[in-house]
Design a protein around this ligand. Structure first.
Ligand SMILES: Nc1ncnc2c1ncn2[C@@H]1O[C@H](COP(=O)(O)OP(=O)(O)OP(=O)(O)O)[C@@H](O)[C@H]1O
Ligand SMILES: [Mg+2]
Length: 488
């Protein structure tokens, strides 16, 4: 079943449960309330009859008791009897004719005076026979009459419970009808509300589903309308962010493919062109100078291809987290000297001044020397590429106890501040920077350097003034990363 009908059904069931529970609770309370009311009425009738009996005793007026009993018989349908039994005149029972007759049919018994005098509440008892159910109240009373004689008797008032039950049923039924209607209206409103709620709740989910479908079909420009600030709104927002990210990734993929094909195409066409040239004539007809030039370009192109493919492989491994770091004791000064040594002819050719400052207190740290050399090679080659003749390159290292920091500074073209983060992404090159650099790059060096620094647990960042120069800093922890294979 779909989410919307399921939610609707669930909400309606909830409303139904609440309504049924409310109904049951109200019906029970109603019945209890009616019973209490009936009991209060019975007590009132009993007390009125008792007062009438006491007054009659005082005035010595038996007729008053009889007529009061008769009036009760007429006005109270559930009354079975209202009888007064005089204790000093044995055999004398006062009450209406019907009352006396019913009293005789099922004579009640009242506990003696002492038992009930403490509470002054009338004694109450329910009795049942095969054809009657009766509740009676009784109380012994004393009175001194007008002549000063003491009188004593028992007041009995009985009620027919069958009539009372029927009355209760009727009353309950009468009150249950409007209650049922009210609950039905509430149920209808609840059902409507449930449907609306389910619709409102599932709408953003439907939008999400449609959005996901559209993206699945390759439409990466799809965006979901954000209609609320709740969890679903947040989900839609996150979904839109994901779609933007996917779009960027898609763009990056396209850029990657075109950059890779471009990088492969130029050296390959150079190789193919010069090989063709060499094969176009017999070798002896080509001048030694031309042959040398062709072979030089073929070699340079092959080197470029090898370098590029190696960089791509390194980057792929770094991205996939498959790179292995072989920690060995690493001496910073030695590595810096070694890498600068490789670049010395180029530095001299470009008449660049260089300064190395590695203080003697530099600790020997655990690191993968091959990877650190790769970082230094790229940073120094960048400095060299982007610094015009006559500039200065400085390389220094500092010991910060917990980590060491190595920095490569140049007085070259600099990097605009908005590109300082971006140049660490693969294939990112500052526009126009290539013109400054004598040799072409692929834009992968800094991405690889960042990956290599991070697998060591360090950090790399750039400080640069556009047009004035660049400093690239990176740190390496003095203690190896957890889970490393130091000393292997
Ligand atoms: N020292 C620097 N001065 C000025 N710009 C720099 C410097 N270092 C890097 N850049 C800019 O950052 C870009 C990316 O550098 P990165 O080392 O990743 O690639 P690359 O040097 O172009 O190519 P590769 O290193 O892969 O041969 C460079 O193309 C350049 O625009
Ligand atoms: Mg580079």
């Amino acid at each position: 079943m779909k989410l919307r009908p399921r939610l609707t059904l669930f909400n309606i069931s909830l409303v139904l449960i609440v309504i049924v529970a409310t109904g049951i609770f109200t019906a029970i309370s109603l019945r209890y309330f009616l019973l209490q009311e009936m009991k209060a009425d019975q007590m009132t009738w009993f007390n009125n009859f008792k007062k009438a009996c006491l007054r009659a005793e005082y005035l010595d007026d038996d007729l008053a008791v009889r007529s009061f009993s008769e009036s009760l018989e007429q006005s109270v349908p559930e009354l079975s009897y209202a009888v007064y039994v005089d204790h000093y005149r044995p055999g004398i029972r006062l009450g209406g004719v019907n009352s006396l007759q019913r009293f005789e049919e099922l004579p009640p018994s009242c506990p003696d005076e002492n038992v009930q005098s403490a509470s002054r509440e009338p004694f109450l008892e329910d009795v049942a026979t095969s054809n009657q159910r009766l509740r009676y109240y009784c109380q012994q009373v004393r009175q001194t009459n007008a002549q000063g004689y003491n009188a004593k008797g028992t007041v009995y008032v009985g009620f027919n419970m069958r009539i009372l039950d029927a009355k209760l049923r009727q009353l309950t039924r009468r009150m249950l009808v409007p209650l049922t209607w009210t609950l039905l209206v509430v149920l209808a409103l609840g059902a409507m509300g449930s449907m609306l709620l389910a619709r409102k709740m599932t709408r953003p989910i439907r939008h999400l589903t449609e959005g996901a479908q559209a993206i699945g079909e390759g439409n990466l420009d799809t965006r979901i309308p954000i209609e609320s600030s709740d969890e679903l709104g947040f989900l839609a927002h996150e979904f839109n962010l994901m779609a933007t990210k996917l779009k960027e990734l898609d763009q990056l993929k396209d850029d990657f493919v075109s950059a890779v094909s471009h990088e492969l195409r130029s050296p390959l066409s150079a190789i193919s062109g010069y090989v063709e040239l060499l094969r176009s004539k017999p070798l002896e007809k080509i001048t030694a100078e031309k042959r040398e030039k062709a072979l030089g370009i073929i070699q340079e192109s092959t080197n470029r291809l090898t370098h590029f493919i190696n960089e791509i492989l390194d980057l792929t491994k770094l991205k996939a987290g498959q790179v292995e770091v072989h920690y060995r004791p690493f001496d910073v000064e030695e590595a810096v000297e070694e890498v600068v040594g490789l670049f010395q002819p180029l530095l001299e050719k470009k008449s660049l001044e260089w300064r190395i400052d590695v203080p003697p207190d530099m600790p020997v740290i655990p690191a993968d020397a091959e990877k650190i050399r790769q970082i230094l090679t790229n940073l120094i080659s960048n400095a060299l590429k982007f610094t015009p003749s006559g500039g200065t390159i400085r390389i220094w290292a500092r010991n910060h106890i917990e980590f060491i920091q190595i920095s490569v500074q140049d007085t070259g073209v600099g990097i605009p501040s908005e590109a300082k983060e971006a140049v660490f992404e693969r294939f990112r090159q500052v526009k126009g920077a290539k013109e400054h650099a004598g040799q072409k790059g692929t834009g992968l060096g800094l991405a690889i350097a960042k990956g290599n620094v991070e697998v060591h647990g360090g950090r790399i960042w750039i400080e640069s003034e556009f047009g004035e120069g660049t400093t690239v800093h990176f740190t390496l922890p003095v203690r190896p990363q957890e889970g490393s294979d130091e000393g292997v």
